[in-house]
Design a protein around this ligand. Structure first.
Ligand code: HEC
Length: 145
């Protein structure tokens, strides 16, 4: 290969590298879709969620204990929602302990779960892999699948 051709190819590669780097570092990604739901109340709810160790039995984004169900989208799941969550917190069940939360604390937990609900979908059941390896999830259908 002639020296000029080599230089030409190198120049193209180096320029492409810089353009690619600039594009990668300047394209914003919406990291936290739930940021509008971060309030004092939801922060307290998160703290409570940690203190009461809900994660020992439940999952958020599929991570946690597996005794109870994933709570990421419990607020928007069909047939569930804030009142449903509060009902569980009110008395517990045979398998879930009654954590004796006050009315205010229950609202804080609901605020935290409303926030997690906006941040993503878990478990992801419908997704599409793009040509570049990134993944788009489509949310849930009306049946919650
Ligand atoms: C000892 C384990 C345990 C702990 C700790 C626990 N849970 Fe549960 N929870 C369960 C189980 C098990 C269920 C499923 C209902 C059943 O089988 O009785 C459940 C059900 C629920 C549900 C209903 C979910 C659905 O999709 O139907 C909610 C909401 C919930 N728990 C919230 C919480 C929150 C918030 C905390 C912490 C404050 C918590 N739980 C702590 C075991 C637990």
């Amino acid at each position: 290969m002639r020296l000029n051709t080599k230089r030409f190819i190198s120049a193209i590669l180096i320029t492409s590298f810089f353009i690619y780097s600039i594009v990668i570092y300047t394209t914003g990604t919406a990291v936290d879709k739930g940021k509008d739901y971060i309030t004092e109340q939801s922060k307290k709810g998160r703290q409570l969620f940690q203190n009461k160790n809900c994660i020992a039995c439940h999952q958020i984004y599929g991570l946690g204990g597996f005794m109870g169900p994933d709570l990421t989208n419990v607020i928007s799941s069909p047939g569930k929602g804030a009142i449903y969550v509060k009902a569980f917190l009110q008395n517990g069940t045979l398998r879930m302990p009654n954590l004796n939360l006050t009315e205010e604390e229950k609202d804080e937990i609901v605020a935290f779960l409303t926030y997690t609900d906006k941040t993503g979908v878990s478990p992801v059941k419908k997704f599409k892999i793009n040509y570049d390896g990134t993944v788009n999830w489509k949310g849930r259908d009306e049946k919650g699948n």
